[in-house]
Design a protein around this ligand. Structure first.
Ligand code: ACO
Length: 438
């Protein structure tokens, strides 16, 4: 595990207060890659002021050695390895090991790690009874939040988060159980019996098996679909300090139970501006309906008085092609070819929408490119994954990122509870008014 190395100032930045005429020196810290940061940890003590940055558009909230994104150039690195290379040459569990431990595993480490994750994939049978308490039509993300949160009731008394070995076991458990819970949420919604995990299958094979096998017949797993799911997991594994990861870090900063922290991350991921986007892409494509309607929807997306946005386009960080979208687009071709559905109308519509938007000055000027979600929904839909399960698969994949970031935070000896401040604009102190005088 890479340890946190507190940086020394590269130089200082002078901040002058035009009201008082005072000036302050703020240290500027440089990372390995990317923009430097102004260290404002002593700002309040020295100036009596806070910074104001709602949405954290200019705020680094953590020192991290896990993932690097260069949004301007469309670069995503995990522990220094390009996402395209990992998607091409690696597999999901190897990437999990890399994210958690900082290096790619050698064959012995890989075997041990795969074994450890595989042998935690069953759920305590009581959890399945808990799951059965949900309505059959419950949104699967609601089930995920509930069931993962409930795991904290099963593993509450043997988690010392300050013990690296216990954190390791918790991480293996969560990685292993997420696909099982996701597949059970799906089986439950369609009234089929739960399919238990099989230890002779790979992580992605096992997931497809638990999702699509039925006790009545043998399920033949397509290697092309296995590769597509494995790649989808790799592409969603981590993305530095995004909303859900920051949620996990913030929840975990109080020392909360890690299962509860991951449930908080799932809740944050649920929103349409984050993990719900691929579901929104498919709905949007269905709403557009056919290629002739594209110009109308493009004008709606550009109209400031219309709330409609082109789903799967734009990203807070990427102002270039999301590198994951390029891999996902290729994967969509492979999957649709395997399923003999390259003529799938939604896929054709997506390709045409992408082409038109990329030539439109509105999208060019604002640097709005397709993001990872633009094609992932099409792949999942073609594989028979229902739309409301898309974000669940994202949660399964992102769990490793949440865990790696949570672990990095807990292992940092300088870790503090996360507690932002505010710019208060409410009323100043006033006298209580009795009911009869209001
Ligand atoms: N369609 C139309 N216009 C858009 C879109 C879009 N998808 N995205 C951004 N814009 C416009 C905005 O209206 C704004 O225009 P303006 O400068 O004229 O006011 C400009 O581009 C900048 O947009 P912001 O909303 O300020 O950018 P921000 O970084 O806050 O938002 C976000 C990023 C939320 C992803 C946004 O692009 C969006 O809503 N996209 C669609 C949803 C989506 O695909 N989300 C998935 C994100 S990826 C992920 O979570 C894995």
């Amino acid at each position: 595990m890479q340890k946190s190395t507190k940086k020394k100032a590269d130089y200082t930045l002078t901040l002058s207060d035009n009201k008082t005429g005072k000036s302050f020196e703020l240290p500027v810290l440089g990372g390995t890659l990317g923009p430097s940061v102004i260290d404002i940890r002593r700002l309040y003590a020295e100036t009596g002021m806070f910074t104001y940055d709602p949405g954290f558009t200019s705020t680094g909230s953590a020192e991290s050695a896990i993932t690097y994104i260069d949004g301007e150039n469309g670069v995503l690195l995990h522990r220094g390895y390009a996402i395209e290379h990992l998607a091409e040459h690696s597999n999901f569990l190897e990437v999990c090991y890399l994210l958690l431990y900082g290096e790619l595993p050698n064959s012995e480490e890989n075997e041990q790690f795969t074994h450890d994750v595989t042998y935690h994939s069953m759920l305590n049978e009581q959890v399945t009874y808990f799951l059965r308490g949900f309505r059959r039509d419950a949104p699967p993300m609601a089930i995920m939040i509930g069931v993962v949160g409930a795991l904290s009731a099963f593993y509450h008394d043997n988690i010392d988060i300050n013990d690296p070995r216990q954190r390791d076991i918790t991480e293996h458990r969560l990685l292993a159980k997420m696909p099982t819970i996701a597949a059970m949420a799906y089986k439950y919604s369609i009234g089929q019996p739960f399919i238990y995990p099989r230890n002779d299958l790979s992580y992605a094979e096992n997931f497809l098996h638990m999702m699509f096998a039925v006790p009545a017949e043998e399920y033949v797993i397509s290697p092309v679909l296995v590769r597509a799911i494995d790649r989808l997991f790799i592409l969603h594994a981590d993305h530095e300090q995004n909303a859900s990861t920051s949620t996990v870090r913030l929840a975990g900063s109080s020392g909360a139970n890690p299962f509860a922290c991951i449930a908080a991350g799932i809740a944050s991921l649920w929103g349409p501006a984050h993990g719900g986007a691929n579901e929104a892409v498919v709905r949007m494509l269905q709403q557009i309906g056919n290629v002739d309607q594209i110009p109308e929807f493009i004008s709606r997306a550009k109209d400031k008085d219309d709330p409609f946005r082109l789903m799967g386009f734009g990203h807070r960080v990427y102002k270039n092609y999301d590198p994951r979208a390029i891999v996902m687009r290729k994967s969509a071709h492979e999957v649709l070819e395997e399923l003999e559905s390259l003529d799938e109308p939604l896929f054709k519509l997506a390709l045409e929408l992408e082409r038109i938007a990329l030539e439109d000055s509105y999208f060019i000027e604002r640097k709005l490119f397709p993001n990872v979600d633009f094609y992932s929904g099409i792949i999942l839909r073609a594989m028979g994954v229902p739309t409301d399960l898309f974000t669940v698969l994202f949660a399964v994949a992102r769990t490793v990122g949440w865990l790696a970031q949570w672990d990095e935070m807990i292992a940092d000896p300088g870790q503090k509870i996360g507690r932002p401040r505010q710019l208060y604009t409410g009323p100043a102190e006033r006298d209580f008014v009795p009911m009869e005088n209001r």
